[in-house]
Design a protein around this ligand. Sequence first.
Ligand code: NDP
Length: 332
Amino acid sequence: TKVLVSGANGFIAVWVVKDLLEHGYAVRGTVRAESKATHLLNLFKREAASGKFELFIVSDITAPGAFDDAVKGIDAIAHTASPFHYKADDPSEIIDPAVKGTVGILESAMKYAGPQLKRIVVTSSGTAVYEPGATDAKSTGVLNESSWNESSVTEVREKGRAASQWAKYCASKTLAERAAWDFVEKHKSEISWDLTVLNPPYVFGPILHEVVAPDALNSSVAAFYEAIFTNHKTPAELAHTQAGWTDVHDVARGHVLALEVPAAGGELDAVNELKIPGVYAPVGSPGAGEDFQYTTRLDNTKARTVLGLEFRDKRATARDSVHDFCARGWVY
Ligand code: NDP
């Protein structure tokens, strides 16, 4: 069974590739440039040598037909490639690759993958369900996969370039996920496969992808790193920062289970985790955030029941992440 993983050099994707290879799958990854292939081919040297791991270059995921070649003969697809950064000036810089990349891979799959393709998993995000406006102190709202983050889309529509970077990223994820469900609905009589979407909150854990220095970290691990090693926020501010998070091992497992579990088809199978207090508590402030007020909960029932995912202990994620930083000499 061969699985296509788009954006194979990303933080989450490399863990997905690793999990797939360890579970006997063959993997075809896509990366944007030859220069992004070397590290991966080294990391999965044995599998590359035996033909179990190969890479295709897809230089522009927004180009029509970008994935036409990459999808050929594939049994399943994990589409992870999408920008996650806070640097977009015009919102289209982040929304276009998210939406066009997602619709493009579905379209290529429909036309060229072949009838053996059974399942496509799209890495959406907790930000596509998490409504910032719903987080006022009085809210007792429980959010799950049926919730949508509409307010970020509205903010981007109304403010354009002046919208916050967070809203631009969130909108890209809401719009991309919605476009995926719309595509499947519109073409359901023409496709042999079904769709599953994952909605993880912040994903933390050790990194396998190529990162030369802390300032080049992917956005989520950068947030974890900065909380510990830089002093942008006071311990009190950090202790009261709200964010759900989950472990990259679990997110990778979630992707693979979402490809395997028949009942996951057509579902939004969240890999959401409950918000916990003190997530960002810097070292040296044990117990900070104990007075934290839960305002919003992300419900991970589907991930646990439909996928059978067992989430790792938060302390294990934190420990593994810090050990990884230490091993790289990134500790100050
Ligand atoms: P990374 O930044 O590590 O990886 C992103 C991947 O997408 C890379 O392969 C990157 O390629 C590719 N990519 C980014 N922008 C473009 C573009 N314009 N055109 C083509 N490819 C592009 O991030 P993550 O691994 O964290 O993110 C992977 C997916 O998971 C994304 O869809 C993200 O939204 C989602 N996600 C992440 C969460 C997290 O906390 N990390 C939480 C929830 C969802 P290149 O290296 O060439 O830029």
